[in-house]
Ligand binder design. Structure first.
Ligand SMILES: [Fe+2]
Ligand SMILES: [Fe+2]
Length: 385
């Protein structure tokens, strides 16, 4: 049995079969759906797991509980990767009290047609639930990243159950860096809701937290300031790493050549980090996280159908719908007969807050020529300021 404190047990599962998380995110190292049991005078189960793991999860519960029955099932988040087994759970343990807020219960009705909840406890922000030795306080986290999301805080073990916040891609039986996959997860899934994350971080700051138990990814128990600090930077749309991210699309390699020359020039000038990605070939969510990570972004793209190349369009929409802001952006455009890319790109960021455009826009007509080198020099110089 897998206990993480004297009374709290891990009963989650690892998924290595999944092709795309939430229908769009590549998860090369799989995914973990976390679930927990607090064993006290009263027993609380925190969340269920994905619908493909019913038997394994119910088995994990039996292994911890033996013949005892859970008193509460706490629903921190209704997205199906966590709630899919609610009905299966209640079929097995029909007396268990379902704990959620008003929005949770509306969503249960939306997701399940014939759910028969015998006992429910509707909680409000700040409500407490005593299990005996442990007392849980409910901390609402609306729109992090769904409206019904709530955290709970166990003041006995000083554990924060944080729903999807502080989660990451990757199963728990694979060792990998936390920040890279947590950042890709954060900006992909939660990125739009920075303001709401900031609000819940303020509430969390008032709590004495020794451990964070998220619904995905490892349990965080050391150096919590590191994780809280990153969440503060990410949700504040701040600069995490000094450097430049160059995102490009290229049809015949001319735009690529320009993007790579800019990278070389920035590095020669001592730029602390230059990340570069071919948007047609690299993971889009990885490029999205890099755009948010660095303070400076260069967009290098072709004019295409009097618009811009489709992968770049997709990329920019991913940024703007996630409230991309507070960054410096430079453009390298390429167009053979009527270059439009710079104009289209600027238009796409029109509603974004606090974007600084570089004075230099590199404009290539078809092939990359000697005259463009000067422009690239000027752009590199500006980005180094
Ligand atoms: Fe979620
Ligand atoms: Fe989730």
């Amino acid at each position: 049995m897998n206990n993480i404190t004297n009374d709290i047990y891990y009963i989650g599962v690892n998924d290595h079969e999944l092709d795309l998380f939430e229908g769009q995110y590549d998860v090369p190292n799989g995914m973990a759906y976390n679930s927990y049991i607090i064993l006290d005078e009263k027993i609380a189960v925190c969340d269920t797991v994905d619908g493909n793991f019913t038997d394994q999860w119910l088995g994990n519960i039996s292994e911890v509980l033996g013949d005892r029955k859970p008193d509460y099932i706490i629903v921190h988040h209704m997205e199906p990767d966590h709630s899919a087994n609610l009905k299966n759970f209640l079929d097995k343990y029909p007396e268990t009290v379902v704990v959620g807020n008003a929005k949770t219960f509306t969503m249960i009705d939306n997701f399940f047609e014939d759910m028969n909840i015998a006992n429910k406890l509707e909680v409000k922000e700040g409500d407490k639930l005593s299990l005996g030795k442990h007392e849980l306080t409910f901390v609402f986290a609306p729109m992090v990243h769904w409206p019904e999301v709530m955290f709970s805080y166990d003041s006995t073990d000083k554990v924060l159950f944080s729903a999807d916040a502080f989660g990451k891609f990757g199963a728990l039986d694979v060792e990998e860096d936390w920040a890279c996959e947590a950042r890709r997860y954060y900006f992909g899934i939660v990125g739009k809701y920075g303001m709401q994350v900031q609000a819940v971080l303020k509430k969390a700051a008032a709590l004495d937290i020794k451990m964070i138990c998220a619904l995905h990814g490892p349990i965080l128990k050391e150096n919590l300031d590191y994780y809280l600090g990153l969440y503060n930077t990410w949700s504040g749309y701040g600069v995490e790493s000094e450097g430049v991210f160059i995102a490009y699309t290229s049809v015949y390699g001319n735009t690529k050549k320009a993007a790579e020359l800019l990278k070389d020039k920035l590095e020669a000038k001592g730029c602390p980090k230059v990340a570069i990605a071919d948007l047609a070939r690299e993971d889009m969510a990885e490029s999205v996280e890099d755009a948010f990570r660095y303070g400076k972004l260069v967009i290098a793209t072709t004019t295409y159908n009097a618009d811009i190349f489709p992968f770049m369009k997709h990329f920019i929409l991913d940024l703007t719908e996630r409230n991309y802001q507070n960054k410096t952006i430079g453009i390298i455009e390429n167009g053979s007969w009527a270059p439009m890319a710079a104009k289209v790109v600027k238009g796409m960021f029109e509603k974004s807050k606090n974007i600084t455009w570089t004075d230099t826009t590199v404009s290539i007509k078809s092939a990359f020529k000697a005259a463009n080198i000067e422009q690239i020099d000027a752009l590199a110089e500006e980005l180094m300021k």
